[in-house]
Design a protein around this ligand. Sequence first.
Ligand code: DQA
Length: 143
Amino acid sequence: ISVLVLNGPNLNMLGKREPGVYGARTLAEIETETTAFGAGLGISVDFRQSNHEGMLVDWIHEALGRCRGIVINPGAYTHTSIALHDAIRAVALPTIEVHLSNVFARETFRHHSYISPAALGVICGFGPLGYQLALTALQPHVV
Ligand code: DQA
């Protein structure tokens, strides 16, 4: 069983980027931990990052028939992207939204998500652990 784990813009900068907000771990480290955790659940994790909205849309489309579910940290596209909302609706794969930071404790422009209405649920504020929590929550929906 394969799950697509998608990361949006600026998440390639983790480790260097605002460590007080996002922590010290790099995306490569998060990938390693998430992939290992997924393997323990019997889930093969396809972990990707792009700074380009259209690339993320293409990857969501390509997940159809290839993956059983999606975990997505859309980065700032969370707050802007109707295209990502529509892509998730189009493939109708169970999708969980993840944010490293607690977006509700931050600027008001981060309080609205275009992704949440298309998602099964949202996990935010738990740092890299959020990806593992999302896989745990997704597992019954993908078996
Ligand atoms: C984020 C929160 C977003 O508001 C922000 O634009 C990001 C990262 C998070 O993981 O906390 O790039 O998605």
